[in-house]
Design a binder for this molecule. Sequence first.
Ligand SMILES: NC(=O)c1ccc[n+]([C@@H]2O[C@H](COP(=O)([O-])OP(=O)(O)OC[C@H]3O[C@@H](n4cnc5c(N)ncnc54)[C@H](OP(=O)(O)O)[C@@H]3O)[C@@H](O)[C@H]2O)c1
Length: 294
Amino acid sequence: MPAPRILILGANGGLGRALHQQFAANFETTAWGRADLDFEQPDTIGAKLVSQQFDVLLNAAGMTSPDVCEVQPERALLANVVAPQILAECCHTRGARMIHFSTDYVFSGEARDLWFEADETAPVNIYGRTKLAGEKAVLKASPGALVARVSWLFGPHKPSHPDNIIQRALQTDDLSAVVDKISVPTSNADIGGWIEQLIVRHPTTCGVLHLCNSGVASWHSWAEAALTIAAGLEMPVKTTTVQPIGLASLTQLKAPRPLMTVMSNAKLQSVLGGEIRNWYDALEEYLVQKYQPQ
Ligand SMILES: NC(=O)c1ccc[n+]([C@@H]2O[C@H](COP(=O)([O-])OP(=O)(O)OC[C@H]3O[C@@H](n4cnc5c(N)ncnc54)[C@H](OP(=O)(O)O)[C@@H]3O)[C@@H](O)[C@H]2O)c1
């Protein structure tokens, strides 16, 4: 059977770029950014998709900043709900599979051990509410679609928390990070590998699936892990110690944040049939490749 043709949306984002890197070599891959398909122009989406040959659509586009969503809810609705629903309808009509990325922010963040796929959702901000509505709209329009919830992404294509803290630590030893917000840092590159397996070996897996590395972190422990790895690579960071602060002290945030959104990846492990590595190992590999390339 020929390899499926892949269409990636959100091609200029952190995850979209990682997906493009994953698929470009071995699959017929097309990657579109906002200039190719604007989710805020919903009337254009159907015609644009009809003009493109693809078997699997990976939607990594969306309005991803909780603070921007909070102050621009109409735009968030278009990007995170209306456009994904139209994409799912198009995929369903032509028999293509849609893999749509969502977020751990669909959960309330109340204290508990882990969040599973079937657990009750109760987002606390507009970003989470629109992402949840997008999940539901996609699965209703295309029951064969896969909704992949991810959390705390990092990787080479877009600076995230570990990159930012290392840059700051090269300048100062006065660092702080939130200690009471926890989730699972997850490698964009690992997601690319899991998605390839889900496309090639599990073409009928559908519904909601959590795609995250194993383990748990706070923004604080994630920051100290990044600095410890950087120091081990002999980078001239001024400290590996970060002052713990509470989320409530970040008064500049416009959107409330859920505190505890650690997702279980047991279903992913069961589908793929293997261990999912810990986020620390994935972070170490990423930072070694970034700062000590062979
Ligand atoms: N990053 C995380 O930690 C995280 C955590 C949980 C879930 N997620 C989910 O993972 C997915 C990928 O996230 P990411 O980190 O790769 O996000 P990202 O870097 O912000 O990329 C999102 C992309 O969507 C594009 N986009 C935004 N509005 C658009 C519109 N109206 N029309 C077309 N394209 C539009 C952006 O285009 P421009 O480049 O032109 O702005 C950007 O390239 C999203 O579904 C997000 O909700 C991410």
